[in-house]
Design a protein around this ligand. Sequence first.
Ligand code: ATP
Length: 254
Amino acid sequence: MAKQPIITVNNLVKNYGDFNAVKDISFEVYEGEIFGLLGPNGAGKTTTLEIIETLRDKTSGQIIVDGFDVDKDPDSIKKRIGVQLQAAGYYPNLNLSELIELFSGLYGINKTPMEMLAKVALTDKAKAKYKELSGGQKQRFSIATTLINDPRIIFLDEPTTGLDPQARRNLWDLIREIRDNGTTVVITTHYMDEAEILCDRVAFVDGGRIIDIDTPDNFIDKLVASGFERKKEVKLANLEDVFINLTGKEWREG
Ligand code: ATP
């Protein structure tokens, strides 16, 4: 089946004053994939994502999200996407159940908190406040909030930063499950092992430009075919495998 683009970015430019942060980039995200934007700090990933999410103005270029143009119909785009809020967005005195009710109300959607919390294995924390959660639980909760409006696409900006290896792997399973249920996922990460395991395709961004886009497998095969060889022989396991082997894979925090 031909891949259908769900996001099309054409010739996107973003200037902050005299500074050219995004330099004429074009790419597509296909429906039903996990698409990774990779690149060093300051490459322009967050800027690009926030423009697609209709949260930041662009300087020029055209962006179509699920058939809608960011310039003409940002409200239709907002209804079709889920964006992770930063921690500051969660009212400190409400518990998780109340926060889900609040967000459902804002979307005008009737979702039961338990239904949403069950998706991210947090039903036992329904009465806890956001600040009382562990790092992994906070990330899972914020992913649950992106799903309230049954979005076509969710955007996750460095969702596993600061998490332990089990919590990261649990989150990867969750993100794959979301993709397998039909939601397209756009993710940024600084962890190349994560991108390699999780992403169907990745784009490398550097200095405001897209250097290349492909599947992780193709990127690695192309590099190897060009004659690249690792200096040291790779062992069949690494220290992270030891960690998981010794401490298990189950949800652990709290
Ligand atoms: P990171 O990996 O660190 O999150 P990033 O790839 O997401 O980086 P951006 O946050 O998009 O990068 O920033 C791209 C460039 O634009 C950086 O040089 C940054 O300093 C600059 N920039 C971002 N936001 C603004 C702003 N509001 N005003 C001026 N410059 C900005």
